[in-house]
Design a protein around this ligand. Structure first.
Ligand code: SAM
Length: 451
């Protein structure tokens, strides 16, 4: 049995779900961040649990040909990227294998073939949404940056290579304003202080900017001067105070107070314009979102007679992209503000064959069928990480749409759900799309046809 602080030389056999290296010591599994497949590394054991442990690389004895010098100063401590030490093309192979391995384990060896991951042409500065924690450092001074991996320690902000550079500039300007004007930062220990998070959303194609200040209170000292600074220097379109007085890790509180502009921004995806509110989900990588939606719709081969359900529809993006290929789209989404945006989005894009319903898919999907007698010929789902609930899966199996398209940011729950749908469906195509370059997150599209 291995013990903490022991040192070993190991060969890395594979990658784990977070892009970390996996080795075996006397058949005991050890996960080693920053180690690559086929490398020989010297490690120290840092944690031992009942059935697996964690190691830290002390020395790379034999290097992978795909190892590259990480190009980010805070990479080793930051909880954002976990694949910057790997050549980008190779990260795509790793993601493809990761999804393939999950299918193999659940469906049998090579029963389902996972295609190559569609990578991003320029995998830099792709994020349109930044959430910077603001807090107090060990010296008692305000700090803004990013959370260190698995902790709430804030690493001061340095150039982030996946973030929109404008977001960083604006967040830093707010931080500078706070320091110059004695606006306090929230202290997670004492629960005192004002500013907790700065959230910036950028419409990449419209250049519109939303700035959300998450505060433990309702008033910001010298608020008018702050607004003037942000509008003058950065042309910020809307500024919102979000009140969060709870002792919680959830970033946004319930109450939004718009202090400049109209409380939303627009962005353009494909041929469509989308309205985005503070609480609505919007894909964080808009360049790849277009690729994701277009690929999913090409794979789906929808027809002009189809009634399509867009489940977990957010602000209606997928349904609106699909609307010209089908007879009618029904979108369901739990966040009411997102549904308000979705309805507005249908209007501004002149889409008439789409309807949206606010509520839990688990219930609204049944209601549409039972109370309104509306039945889908095809369904696209894009659920959160936890995947589909049992009720939704039974509904799909009962109503038997001829096509079922599963878009997922968590291949593990996707594969779990697809196994249940296998009873009536054949998986005809699985294509991952790299929505989150240099992180171990993997988005996939799976197309199912009724047997
Ligand atoms: C991954 S996002 C996809 C949004 C949209 N399809 C897009 O591409 O922008 C998942 C969405 O599901 C919504 N959601 C989460 N749980 C839900 C539920 N039980 N019922 C309906 N919508 C839910 C979230 O609010 C979020 O908008």
């Amino acid at each position: 049995m291995i013990k903490k602080n022991e040192e070993y030389e190991v060969k890395i056999l594979d990658y784990g779900m977070n892009g970390e290296g996996v080795a075996k010591i006397d058949n005991f599994t050890v996960f080693i961040p920053n180690a690559m497949k086929d490398e020989k590394v010297k490690i120290v054991i840092v944690k031992v649990l009942a059935s697996y442990g964690f190691g830290k690389v002390l020395e790379i004895i034999e290097k992978s040909p795909y190892r590259v010098e990480a190009d980010c100063e805070t990479y080793k401590r930051c909880g954002g990227c976990d694949m910057r030490h790997i050549d980008y093309e190779e990260t795509l192979n790793i993601k493809q294998n990761m999804v393939q391995t999950l299918f193999n384990k659940t469906f049998g060896e090579n029963k389902v073939k996972v295609e190559k991951v569609i990578g991003m042409g320029n995998p830099y500065n792709y994020r349109n949404k930044a959430q910077y924690p603001v807090g107090i450092n060990k010296e008692g001074e305000p700090v803004i940056g990013i959370f260190a991996e698995r902790t709430h320690e804030i690493i001061p902000m340095k150039e982030c290579l996946i973030q929109n550079p404008l977001s960083e500039k604006i967040a830093f300007a707010i931080y500078k304003f706070m320091k110059e004007n004695n606006v306090s930062a929230y202290d997670e220990e004492t629960l005192e202080g004002l500013v907790r998070h700065i959230v910036i959303k950028v419409g990449v194609r419209t250049h519109e900017i939303m700035c959300i200040l998450v505060i433990n209170g309702t008033k910001i000292p010298k608020e008018q001067e702050l607004i003037e600074m942000l509008v003058k220097a950065y042309n910020v379109k809307t500024i919102i105070k979000n009140v969060n007085k709870e002792n919680t890790n959830v970033i946004l509180g319930k109450e939004n107070i718009v202090i400049h502009g109209d409380g939303f921004i627009y962005d353009i995806l494909g041929d469509y314009t989308f309205k985005i509110s503070p609480k609505s989900f919007y894909q964080v990588n808009p360049v790849q979102a277009e690729v994701l939606y277009n690929t999913a719709l090409e794979m789906a081969e929808l027809s002009k007679d189809d009634i399509l359900f867009d489940l977990y529809c957010g602000i209606g993006t997928i349904g609106i992209f699909a609307s010209s290929f089908v007879k009618k789209v029904y979108g369901i989404e739990i966040v009411e503000q997102a549904i308000d945006d979705a309805k507005e989005n249908a209007k501004i894009n002149n889409i008439e064959n789409i309807e949206f319903y606010a509520g839990d898919v688990e219930k609204v999907f049944s209601n549409l069928m039972e109370k309104k007698q509306i039945y889908p010929d095809a369904i696209i789902v894009d659920p959160p990480r936890k995947g589909l609930d049992e009720n939704t899966i039974s509904n799909v199996l009962a109503v038997e749409p001829k096509k079922f398209i599963y878009i997922s940011c968590n291949p593990a729950t996707m594969v779990r759900d697809l196994k249940l749908l296998e009873e009536k469906y054949e998986i005809t195509n699985v294509v991952p799309v790299d929505m989150f370059p240099y992180t171990s997150h993997t988005e996939s599209i799976a197309v199912l046809e009724l047997k």
